[in-house]
Structure formats: structure tokens, C-alpha cells
Design a binder for this molecule. Structure first.
Ligand SMILES: Cc1ncc(COP(=O)(O)O)c(C=O)c1O
Length: 480
């Protein structure tokens, strides 16, 4: 469950549509509009709504109208009142996200013509990996003489990672680098070390589900801040939430955010980092996608503020099956994390780290080849969506591996269930949110060849028309 924050009357009024243009009585239009904001993740659950009097003042409505709307929200399960502390946005019981909503549960019969769009990751470049593994094997000999345990990572790989940071303008020594089994492993180690029970962790909404799960399973309380409706970050809202909740940590993905693909401009990074410093919040920046920008990039967060902890990985530019990631932090923190790690996995595999060290020598060339492959795939997806589903809205991503589409109705889960039967496996938008919100959104990765993406969109459009024809889409705001 998310940690509480509040929204004022004026801020809520700005998010609402013109109620007079909506059908039915004004109180019911207001209740439906607030429900829609909750389901879309624009007002996050556990947010305290303004008092009836305050909202009535901001909207120029009678207090009785707002009271009736709040009563309606309570009846529908979207508002919970706590004596003495106000009314909080919630979602009806049963709408909790299910981390087990895993892709294998959705797979249609084996052997069917399935297009798997559930994962934002690429297959390995096979020749390159085979050749690199072969080149790494003879380098193993000297390591065989030792015990093979290196909790902070092999020095040769720590040096390669540090050199890459330094080349990007972030002076880094190898002792500031911890080698991990992927960036998610790095995040989990950090959460284990730094989070106390019930500590708040600010995240973007939507955000990478693995990170949200990691915060939950380490006892953290999520403080999700909605991304801006027009794309990118809502910096003032990020700053206001930092000030209101003083979270212990903030987990951000400013470099080709998963799932939206957005890139945060340097001036916005500076603003957010400055406020986080004031509120004593440690900022963890996930750079998993940093090498996959389509001709654009930004100054690194750790260059703007050396206090930032950076997570990185070879999973997205090279291959997830390598399970090689890293964490850049102060030497002291790296020591503490390495010590903690000895109670978990003792360190990464030596041979894999030798392979990774060799891959580092050519990571720019590998990333360029990935980008050359991804741009036409993204374009094919965009073209297919515009042709087949023109009513779906999205911002064309500038990098990363996925596009975040806004559907005309909050039907992501039923759409994904029907799509699975039609041979397209997808993860509903709510998986990228908290408390079952974001049902109006769908992540569409473009990691497959263009013709498969075009076919996937054709199937999706047929399923969408089926849903639309069933009248479900027209009943946008009814949740049972
Ligand atoms: C933002 C983000 N961070 C981390 C990960 C996990 O990556 P890794 O394989 O490096 O653990 C993913 C995987 O999709 C991701 O999207």
C-alpha cells in the first residue's frame, strides 16, 4: 500500500475536466471524474482529498454537491474516511496488483503462433556472445588458484565499469563500484541495507514492476508520483511530494524510463536532486536503459549530484541472461553492501565477469547496433498503432524499449486477457502501478522485428474492437 500524501482543492480542480460537459448530475460527474483520476494513477491511492468545503470553493460548486460526490465515491469503494484525519483515495477490494500476473500464466497453448510482448528486453547477439565467452575462457587460469569469492566483484570488471563512468564525466574509482547480478539485484541490496520497516520510497508512477516489488518485499512504503499526462516528469509534483513525505529513498529512471521511454532534461534533474538533498532523501538512479537513446542523451544524474547512487546493467544493451550489473556509490557504502552480500550469494560468477569485462571494451559498438535495430522497430509499432488504433494516445519514445499507450477506457486487464487468447502476450498497465491503478494504459515493447509488431497490433485492434463492441469501453467508469 502507498504512503499517504494530500492534494489541495486547487490542484485537484486543475486535474478535473469541465464537469458541465459531462452527462448526468454534477455530483455524479465529479465522482466519476475523480474515479477516473484514481484508476489512471493521476491521483494515487492513499492521497488525502481536500475537505468538502475546500473543494466546493475551488470548483465553485455547492458543498452539498461535493458531499454527494464523496458519498458516491465511498459507496463505490474509492474513498475511505478516517475519523479526525480526512478522506483518503483508495480502490475497491480485490483491485490490488498481483505480482504473480506473470507472463507464463498468460501464455496460450504451446506451439500456437504467439507474439510475446510481455518483456522489454532483447535476445542476445549470438555470435558476439559465443566469441566473447570463448575469448574469456583462457583468462580464467589465474583465478583458479584463488578461492573465487569476490563479493564486490572482480577487480578487472570494477575497473572497466569505473573507467566507463569516468569517460562519461563522472570521475569514479574502482572501489566505488560493486558488481551485481543485474541492476535489480543492486537495488535489492540497497533496500536491504538502507530501509527500515515502513520507510518511504518515492517512485515514478508508472514504474518498473520489479523495483516496486523489491520495495514492497523489503518492507518499504511506496510513495508513487504520477508522470505528467503530456509525457515526462511532473517536477513540481516530485518536489512537493519530497517535501511533504521526506522519503528515505527515491528510485528514479530518468534515462529512458520504463515503461514510457522518457528522458529527463538536465535542468529538471538538478531541481529534483536539489530538493532531495534538502529533504535528506537518498536518490537511486536506475540507468538500465542509458545506452539505448535514439540520438539523444542527458548529463548523468551522478555528474549533477555526486551523492546519487547509480544502478547499471548489461541486460538491456547486451543480454539479460548475462546477469551482470553494477552499482556506483561511495566507497564506504560499497564496502557495506559487499559485506551484506556475503550472507546472500557470496559474489558473482568469475567466468561471467570475465566475459563482461571483455564486452565492456565494445559496449558502444554493441549499443549502436541495438539502436540501429530498435529505431525501425519503434517506427513500425508507431505506424501500426496510428493506422489500426488511432484512438490510442502515446508519446513517441526517444529511447529504451517500450511505448506507453493510453487507451480510451480503463480496460487494460480485460484487453490483455483477450489478447492472450488471440496470440499476443502483454502485461496490463496496472502492473506498472500500485493498488490496481493505471488500467487505462498498456506497455508495448518494440523488441521484436517490425513485421511481428505490425501483426501484434492488427490482432490487438481486433480484440479492442471486440471489447468496444461489447459496450465495455463505453462504460468506462464502472468498476465492479
Ligand atoms: C528499469 C529497470 N531496471 C532494472 C531491470 C532489471 O534489469 P537487470 O536484468 O539488470 O536486473 C529492468 C528490467 O526490465 C528494468 O526495466
Amino acid at each position: 500500500m502507498a504512503a499517504p500524501s494530500r492534494i489541495g482543492g486547487r490542484a485537484l480542480a486543475e486535474l478535473l475536466p469541465d464537469l458541465r460537459t459531462m452527462p448526468g448530475p454534477v455530483y455524479s460527474a465529479l465522482a466519476r471524474a475523480i474515479t477516473s483520476l484514481v484508476l489512471d494513477g493521476r491521483v494515487v491511492t492513499e492521497t488525502r482529498l481536500p475537505s468538502e468545503r475546500e473543494l466546493a470553493g475551488s470548483l465553485g460548486l455547492s458543498r452539498a454537491t461535493v458531499t454527494a460526490a464523496y458519498d458516491q465515491l465511498r459507496t463505490d469503494g474509492f474513498l475511505a474516511s478516517r475519523t479526525g484525519s480526512g478522506s483518503f483515495v483508495t480502490v475497491p477490494a480485490g483491485a490490488e496488483p498481483r505480482p504473480s500476473f506473470a507472463r507464463w500464466q498468460l501464455r496460450p497453448e504451446d506451439g500456437a503462433d504467439v507474439i510475446d510482448l510481455s518483456c522489454g528486453a532483447l535476445p542476445a547477439p549470438p555470435e558476439l556472445l559465443e566469441a566473447t565467452v570463448a575469448a574469456a575462457a583462457p583468462r580464467l587460469a589465474p583465478y583458479l588458484l584463488g578461492d573465487g569469492y569476490e563479493p564486490a566483484g572482480l577487480p578487472v570488471l570494477r575497473e572497466a565499469v569505473a573507467a566507463r563512468f569516468t569517460a562519461r564525466g563522472i570521475a569514479t574509482r574502482p572501489d566505488q563500484v560493486l558488481i551485481t547480478n543485474g541492476s535489480l539485484h543492486g537495488l535489492d541490496l540497497l533496500l536491504r541495507l538502507l530501509l527500515g520497516p515502513g520507510d518511504r520510497v518515492l517512485t515514478e508512477l508508472p514504474s518498473y514492476p520489479g523495483a516496486l516489488d523489491a520495495v514492497r518485499s523489503n518492507g518499504g512504503r511506496l510513495v508513487p508520483v504520477p508522470m505528467a499526462a503530456e509525457g515526462g516528469w511532473h517536477v513540481e509534483q516530485l518536489q512537493a511530494t519530497l517535501r511533504q513525505t521526506s522519503p528515505r529513498l527515491a528510485y528514479l529512471t530518468p534515462d529512458f524510463h520504463n515503461p514510457t521511454g522518457a528522458l529527463m532534461p538536465a535542468d529538471q534533474r538538478r531541481e529534483v536532486l536539489r530538493t532531495a538533498r534538502q529533504t535528506g532523501t537518498t536518490v537511486v538512479v536506475d540507468e538500465s536503459f542509458v545506452d539505448l537513446g535514439f540520438g539523444v542523451h542527458e548529463r548523468a544524474s551522478a555528474e549533477l549530484d555526486p551523492g546519487v547512487i547509480t544502478l547499471g546493467s548489461l541486460s538491456k544493451p547486451v543480454w539479460g541472461g548475462l546477469r551482470i550489473g553494477w552499482l556506483r556509490a561511495s566507497t564506504d557504502l560499497v564496502h557495506r553492501l559487499a559485506a551484506l552480500r556475503t550472507s546472500i550469494d557470496m559474489g558473482g560468477a568469475v567466468l561471467d565477469q570475465l566475459v563482461a569485462a571483455l564486452l565492456f571494451e565494445q559496449v558502444d559498438a554493441i549499443a549502436s547496433a541495438r539502436i540501429a535495430q530498435l529505431v525501425p522497430q519503434r517506427d513500425a509499432l508507431v505506424a501500426a498503432l496510428r493506422a489500426e488504433l488511432p484512438e490510442w494516445r502515446f508519446t513517441v519514445p526517444q529511447g529504451g524499449l517500450s511505448l506507453w499507450a493510453e487507451l480510451p477506457a480503463p480496460l487494460s486487464t480485460p484487453l490483455c486477457l483477450l489478447a492472450a487468447q488471440a496470440g499476443v502476450v502483454l502485461v496490463p498497465g496496472s502492473r506498472f502501478g500500485v493498488d490496481g491503478t493505471l488500467e487505462r494504459f498498456l506497455r508495448l515493447p518494440y523488441a521484436l522485428p517490425g513485421e511481428r509488431l505490425t501483426e501484434a497490433v492488427r490482432r490487438l485492434a481486433a480484440v479492442w474492437r471486440q471489447l468496444d463492441g461489447s459496450g465495455l469501453a463505453a462504460r468506462q467508469l464502472v468498476v465492479a
